[in-house]
Write a protein that binds this ligand. Structure first.
Ligand code: ZN
Length: 393
């Protein structure tokens, strides 16, 4: 487990190191052990390659502030592990022997991602390290969403399909699931599958022999935006689906909460006096207004899209505006199926946020719609594997 190794990375570099500004490298809270120093330096090299592409050893030494000897040792170790490859000679005008470029082993490693949050039962994909989908796999639409062990069997069937089509080494399996997921990859509760305190990670690892990392779907989505999209050090993501999901990153740290349920926004009461019934049995919850099925029902019942947009925007803003103000968030990502989460709905949300939060009225506050909403969870599951296996994001 590499978890917790990124904290205070720059403190471990040599005293003459010039830490580069890295606004989008994920951190993870937790104690730092002295033995983590070397792993952190390995991760630092990989992070530079992930973000900026191939470098020579001399360039890596310059960028990190680590000595040439140290960089050579680190690169040698990464070559042995298969995490980097030499990609050729640097084109240069200077005389002398051309320097060799090293890069992340982008073409030689794969990640298997699984999205359990989609409307179709499940999706799995063979992904590259840049979060690109190479091949995707889905169970036939005729499959009912299974629960319990049967759901696990379906997940394993899909992973098996992906693995049988993958002819390169697999760095790990990343799974994004609805529900509350602990830092050990145990699903504390996922109503959709009837999982309670279920060791999904352990089950998948035992069956496949591959390192597996499980995370809540909204948390996956925000990791995808943080690494591959319009990420920033302090950001919030709002995701409409069967429910309403929310992911929070502050100081480049994914906020998980005391019981791993940070961002569970769906059953916040936005109108305690309402008689609008929620799937949880109570009334006036955010989800009762703002989940995709509720929005579609309202539109089908003859309400105008403006009426629906205004109500949904106001409901979401009631729950989210306090978070934006308290955490001083300037970057809100709004995501969900594109036929519903569109510019018009985003404008209703933005207007309602501005009414409720001074932070949302600031000039630098941005609300962006996610560009590739249908693949966010798969791509975020890649980030989660990169983070835990290589210490990079
Ligand atoms: Zn509810």
């Amino acid at each position: 487990m590499r978890q917790g190794l990124l904290i205070e990375l720059t403190n471990l570099m040599s005293s003459n190191a010039k830490p580069r500004h890295n606004p989008t490298m994920l951190r993870h809270g937790g104690a730092l052990l002295p033995s983590d120093g070397r792993e952190n330096n390995l991760a630092l090299v990989l992070q530079i390659l992930l973000e900026h592409g191939a470098h020579t050893r001399a360039e890596l030494s310059r960028v990190t502030g680590l000595t040439r000897v140290t960089i050579s040792e680190l690169v040698a170790e990464l070559l042995t592990r298969g995490h980097v490859v030499e990609t050729g000679q640097q084109e240069g005008k200077r005389p002398g022997k051309p320097a060799t470029l090293v890069d992340l082993n982008r073409s030689g490693l794969r990640i298997i991602s699984v999205d359990l949050s989609s409307v179709l039962p499940f999706t799995a994909a063979i992904m590259d390290l840049n979060g690109k989908i190479l091949h995707s796999f889905a169970l036939p639409e005729s499959h009912e969403t299974a629960t319990g062990e049967q759901a696990t069997a379906q997940v394993l069937e899909l992973i098996g399909q992906a693995l049988s089509h993958c002819d390169l080494p697999v760095l790990g399996i990343g799974i994004g699931t609805p529900g509350i997921v602990t830092d050990k990859g145990e699903v504390r509760s996922a109503e959709k599958f009837g999982w309670v305190n279920y060791d999904l990670r352990g089950t998948i690892e035992q069956a496949t022999g591959l390192n597996t990392h499980v995370l809540n779907d909204a948390d996956c989505a925000i990791l995808a935006e943080h690494t591959f999209g319009s990420g920033s050090e302090h950001m919030l993501l709002l995701r409409l689906g069967r429910g309403v999901g929310c992911g929070v990153i502050t100081h480049n740290t994914l906020v998980r909460g005391a019981q791993f349920s940070a961002g569970e926004l769906g059953h916040v009461k936005v109108d305690p006096s309402s008689t609008q019934r929620c799937s949880c049995g109570e009334q006036g919850c955010l989800e009762a207004y703002a989940c995709i099925p509720a929005i579609k029902r309202a539109l089908e019942s003859g309400e105008s899209s403006d009426e629906v947009g205004q109500l949904v925007g106001a409901s979401l803003a009631s729950a989210v505006a306090p978070l934006i103000s308290v955490l001083d968030i300037r970057n809100l990502i709004f995501t969900g199926p594109q036929d519903v989460v569109n510019a018009a709905l985003a404008n209703w949300l933005l207007a309602a946020l501005k009414e409720r939060s001074r932070t949302a009225r600031a000039d630098d506050f941005q609300l962006n719609i996610s560009q590739e909403p249908e693949h966010l969870v798969l791509r975020g599951a890649v980030v989660n594997v990169l983070f835990h296996e290589l210490g990079i994001s």
